[in-house]
Design a protein around this ligand. Structure first.
Ligand code: FES
Length: 334
């Protein structure tokens, strides 16, 4: 759409500007629509258009089935209205965050090398940001229209800064072309957020947590672990961090410190391509060796798709209820 139209859930109407995606317009106006990747690859943001016409790129069948497309479903993160539009109201889910999406500005407070090809970046915000542990922001690559998603590694109790863990991607516009090339303390940064519904659930306080991370997928799990321990310092938390080699491990001191301070925290780094004094293999297998049952646990998984899928399988084999398994597959942010 090249004009401004009104888009409505039946009960809430918001205006959607030229070229603006419907998901973006709803979230910026405080109307919650489930969302995860904002890239057209996960299907979380699908909504059914019941009135009006829309423009959207073709969606792969694995994300939006032909039957769904025939019923009028679209991916709201990829769709612009071509007239005023009414959608079916998205189902209310408990625990969905209600933070309003907005543009955010800040300056780089620190860039620290934390492992091979991995940095931690702290951005000091001009204004505090409300978010839920587990969510992410989209950083704008300077002088381009490109954005890249990065999860916050700090909890929302620190709303004036954001901590990101960023791994270099060979040839990546954002990582090689910017972050690893020139990003420095004092640089201005712009982004939008918070995005996503991979969120810490404070209501689920009576179960232990299993956190399975691959690579820099550890970032949102650090935020979740810190938020959970702020709520309950006795919380049982099993953290499995999978990387290939020792040189990719990071934040070891932080997690060892956490497990020394909080009696319920266990930290288990796992190397898949190197023998060492610690655990080897994949995080799902290590978890299965340690925990005979996950019936009374909830899980958060974040990492590459294959790691997340294997981890979900392992948790189900340990009898974890599927509704207690929350996952975020990260697409390497090139
Ligand atoms: Fe729209 Fe993932 S497909 S949020």
């Amino acid at each position: 759409g090249a004009e401004t139209f009104t888009i409505s859930t039946g009960t809430s109407s918001v205006s959607c500007g030229p070229e603006q995606k419907m998901l973006d317009a709803f979230l910026r106006n405080g109307v919650w629509v489930p969302n995860s990747c904002n890239q057209g690859t996960c299907g979380t943001c699908k909504v059914r258009v019941v009135r009006g016409t829309v423009d959207h790129p073709p969606a792969p069948d694995s994300v939006l089935s032909t039957a769904e497309q025939e019923q009028g479903f679209v991916l709201s993160c990829q769709t612009t209205p071509a007239s005023d539009v009414v959608i079916d109201p998205p189902a209310e889910e408990t625990g969905s965050p209600r933070h309003v999406l907005r543009d955010i500005a800040g300056t780089v407070g620190a860039v620290t090398s934390i492992a091979d090809d991995t940095v931690s970046v702290t951005v000091l915000l001009d204004e505090p940001l409300e978010f839920t542990a587990g969510q992410y922001v989209e950083l704008t690559v300077p002088e381009t229209a490109e954005t890249r998603p990065y999860s916050m590694a700090n909890p929302p109790s620190e709303p004036d800064k954001l901590e990101f863990h960023i791994r270099r991607q060979p040839g990546g516009l954002a990582t090689e072309g910017w972050i690893f090339e020139s990003l420095d303390v004092g640089d201005p940064v712009t982004m939008s957020g918070p995005w996503g519904d991979f969120c810490y659930e404070p209501e689920e306080a009576d179960v232990g947590l299993v956190l399975l991370a691959g690579g820099t997928g550890l970032a949102p799990l650090k935020a979740i672990a810190r938020a959970a321990l702020q709520d309950d310092p006795e919380r049982e938390i099993h953290v499995y961090h999978g990387v290939r080699t020792r040189t990719e491990l990071y934040d070891v001191d932080f997690w060892e410190g956490l497990s020394a301070t909080y009696p319920g925290v266990r930290y288990i780094p796992c190397l898949s391509r190197e023998q060492w004094s610690g655990r080897t293999g994949y995080v799902g297998d290590a978890m299965m060796e340690d925990l005979p049952s996950c019936r009374n646990h909830a899980a958060y998984l974040c990492g590459p798709p294959a790691m997340v899928e294997a981890g979900v399988k392992a948790l189900k084999r340990r009898r974890m209820s599927p509704r207690r398994i929350r996952r975020e597959k990260y697409t390497p942010a090139v």
